[in-house]
Design a protein around this ligand. Structure first.
Ligand code: HEC
Length: 210
C-alpha cells in the first residue's frame, strides 16, 4: 500500500515500530547548523562582548534621540501647556528631570515634592498657578524675594523644561507634607487623571493648619 520505497531499515524495533535510515535533506541540515552558528554568534555579539546594543537599549537610545529632536522643535515654536504636558509623558525626559530635581530642588521641595522650605508641589494649590507654563515661568524666573532661585540662568532652557516635566508628574500625587499654600487650581489637573489611583487621605495636609 505504501508508495514509499524503503531504502534501508535500521536494525531495531521498539513496540513493533521500525525506522528507516534515511539521510536528512540538505536544506533541513543547513537550517539546523545555520541556526546553531547564528545563536553562538548572537550570544557573543550581544551578550558576551556587547558589540551591539540589545534591542531594548537601542530602543531607549532612539527614544532619547527622538525626544531631543522633539524638544529642539518645541524650543523653536515656543512652549505651550500642551508641549510641556507632552514632555511629561516621555520617560527619558522625565528621568533626566528627576535627576535634576534630586540635585537642585530636593533640599527645598523634598524627595517626593511634598515641600519643606518650598511649597508642596503635589497638592492642588499653587501660589503662582499650576498650569505647565505657570510652573515653567516660576522655575525659570524664580521668586527671588522668597528664596526660590531663577533656575533658567543656572540650568538653561532645555534642563528647565526637563525638570518642569518631572514636576508635572509630581503634580496631583497629593503627598502629605507641607500644608497647602496659594489658591486651588480650578481646572482639574491633567496629571491627576493619569496618575495611578493612590488613596492618600486628602485631608492629611490640611489638618491643623491655621
Ligand atoms: C532654596 C530653596 C528652593 C530651591 C532649591 C528650589 N525652590 Fe522652588 N520654591 C521655593 C520657595 C520658597 C517657593 C515659594 C515661592 C513663593 O512663596 O512665592 C518655591 C516655589 C516653587 C514653585 C511654585 C509653587 C507654587 O505653589 O506656585 C515651583 C513650581 C518650584 N518652586 C519648583 C522648583 C524646582 C523645579 C526647583 C529646582 C530646579 C526648585 N523649585 C528649587 C524654594 C526653593
Amino acid at each position: 500500500m505504501s508508495e514509499h520505497k524503503p531504502d534501508e531499515l535500521r536494525g531495531h524495533v521498539y513496540d513493533g515500530i521500525e525506522e528507516y535510515d534515511n539521510k536528512l535533506p540538505n536544506w533541513w541540515l543547513f537550517i539546523l547548523y545555520g541556526s546553531i552558528v547564528f545563536a553562538v554568534g548572537y550570544w557573543l555579539v550581544f551578550h558576551t562582548f556587547s558589540i551591539v546594543d540589545l534591542p531594548r537599549a537601542r530602543y531607549d537610545k532612539e527614544m532619547v534621540a527622538a525626544s531631543e529632536v522633539q524638544l529642539a522643535r518645541l524650543a523653536k515654536t515656543g512652549l505651550t501647556d500642551e508641549s510641556l504636558a507632552l514632555m511629561a509623558t516621555i520617560p527619558a525626559q522625565v528621568e533626566e528631570g528627576r535627576q535634576l530635581y534630586a540635585t537642585y530642588c530636593v533640599v527645598c521641595h523634598a524627595d517626593r515634592g511634598q515641600g519643606l522650605v518650598g511649597p508642596n508641589l503635589t497638592d492642588g494649590f499653587w501660589i503662582h498657578g499650576g498650569r505647565p507654563l505657570d510652573i515653567h515661568r516660576v522655575v525659570t524666573d524664580g521668586v527671588l524675594s522668597k528664596g526660590m532661585a531663577a533656575w533658567g540662568r543656572q540650568l538653561g532652557p532645555t534642563r528647565v523644561q526637563k525638570v518642569v516635566a518631572y514636576v508635572l508628574t509630581l503634580k496631583g500625587t497629593e503627598v502629605p507634607g507641607k500644608a497647602p499654600e496659594g489658591l486651588p487650581e480650578t481646572a482639574a489637573p491633567p496629571a491627576a487623571a493619569a496618575a495611578p489611583p493612590t488613596t492618600v487621605p486628602a485631608a492629611a495636609g490640611a489638618a491643623g493648619s491655621g
